[in-house]
Design a protein around this ligand. Structure first.
Ligand SMILES: Cc1cc2nc3c(=O)[nH]c(=O)nc-3n(C[C@H](O)[C@H](O)[C@H](O)COP(=O)(O)O)c2cc1C
Ligand code: SF4
Length: 397
């Protein structure tokens, strides 16, 4: 089976092609340091046989924090605890890649002065940001570089740059959120600059042989925003600069559901039986399995030859094998399925299942920043706790 053939990805040896997608954990302490819970969480994932782990996004400065209890990767964070996390994963010979991010104006934190390329309310949270000065932009690029260097000291196997889904890099990339008139805005080259400078700074810092990949926002959900052609060209530039792999996704979004699509890859019957549609405005919105596959196709057909990691609604062994056979993507990154079944890969490998148990109801996502990431539909008591929580909180959507 192609899925389980050992392969290499840049300098990494990969035992299978099913990766754990970056998934924030809500399990750090208030300072953003690694806790025992977090180490256990990652140990379970590594033991479960995944080919590679992308961490949840780690902020490069406190003002770039998206949610409470998010992990920080700054000089103020405890290096030894980061090392403990990496060692727990390495025990099972699984590479672990640190996802670096800055939320810009897209944050749940209430006590932060948010920053963005231009002074426009955030599309999802409505936060009103300050406009970054050129000096501050240079400092931020330096912070990405510093975080990458800390990640190397902690023993991470590489860096994944979060360049999509509405966070700061996306805000620079899109003509909707970037209205600057200086060298950081306006033309496509100028809007690319922030992303490219971050990549170059990290590459210089960690050397030519270390693995660097990126989640890249290829196009905005909004029709007047970043175009697909521009997004594809950006990946080609990153490829020429030596990036090792790309994970295509949306750039700006109107809601988290644009990226974390409910009921992805389910049959209508399975979605209906999940019962969750009752709390979803009575709608069953099925989304096709592997809903970013067309973005991988766009990259492939337009000269992107570096490995493409397909994220978003990947749910069955049959689908993954078919995509590999047709050479439409090289690796798969799954998020919600691993929340429900950290040992998913072992199960698939032993042919105990073809389809993941997760029904993509998004109950787990709604607790981000409040409770440690977990599946809330494994038993009746969790479901009741989820319902009580839903009544008390106006949840992210
Ligand atoms: C609880 C939760 C947390 C997430 N945190 C991150 C994150 O830290 N970084 C990131 O790039 N994507 C994050 N995502 C998005 C996932 O990586 C993925 O793109 C999305 O869930 C679609 O994949 P799936 O259908 O396999 O879940 C998160 C998703 C969920 C459900
Ligand atoms: S709550 Fe469970 S079933 Fe629902 S999306 Fe999250 S992991 Fe999947």
């Amino acid at each position: 089976m192609l899925l389980f053939e050992e392969t290499s990805l840049a300098n990494l040896t990969i035992k299978n092609k099913i990766f754990r997608a970056a998934t924030s954990e809500t399990a750090a302490n208030e300072n953003g340091d690694i806790t025992e819970n977090l180490i256990d969480f990652y140990r379970k994932l590594a033991k479960g046989g995944t080919g590679l782990i992308f961490t949840g996004h780690m902020y490069v400065e406190k003002e770039g924090q998206y949610a409470p209890y998010q992990v920080g990767l700054t000089e103020h964070n405890n290096l030894n605890r980061l090392r403990d996390l990496v060692s727990a994963v390495h025990e099972f010979n699984v590479p672990i890649i640190a996802e670096l991010s800055h939320c810009g104006s897209q944050t749940m934190m209430s006590d932060v002065n948010t920053k963005a390329p231009s002074v426009l309310p955030n599309l999802i949270y409505g936060n009103q940001p300050f406009e970054l000065s050129e000096k501050e932009i240079a400092q931020l690029i330096n912070k990405f570089k510093k975080s990458a260097s800390i990640a190397m000291l902690a023993g991470f196997d590489g860096i994944h740059i979060h360049g999509g889904n509405g966070y700061l890099i996306s805000q620079f990339s899109s003509p909707i959120t970037n209205r600057r008139k200086d060298r950081w805005g306006g033309t496509s080259d100028n809007r690319n600059r922030f992303f490219l400078e971050i990549y170059k700074a990290i590459r210089k810092e960690i050397g030519p042989n270390k693995f660097i990949s990126a989640r890249v926002g290829i196009k905005d959900v909004q029709p007047n925003g970043l175009s697909k052609n521009e997004g594809v060209d950006r990946v080609k530039i990153l490829q020429n600069l030596g990036i090792n792999a790309v994970e295509p996704t949306f750039n700006l979004m109107n809601t988290y559901r644009d990226n974390i699509k409910p009921f992805a890859g389910n049959s209508r019957l399975k979605s209906f039986l999940s019962g969750t549609f009752i709390f979803d405005k009575l709608k069953i919105q099925n989304h096709q399995e592997g809903y970013y596959l067309t973005l991988c196709d766009e990259l492939r057909l337009n000269g992107v030859t570096i490995p493409k990691i397909l994220v978003g609604g990947v749910r069955t062994l049959t689908f993954m094998e078919q995509v590999l056979l047709e050479k439409r993507a090289d690796f798969f990154a799954l998020s919600r399925p691993f929340i429900r079944e950290p040992n998913l890969v072992e199960k698939i490998k032993l042919q105990k299942t073809n389809q993941v148990a997760c029904v993509s109801c998004n109950m787990c996502f709604k607790h981000e920043g409040y409770h440690q990431t977990q599946c809330w539909r494994t038993n009746i008591s969790s479901i009741i706790r989820h319902l009580l929580f839903s009544l008390r909180h106006s949840l992210n959507n």
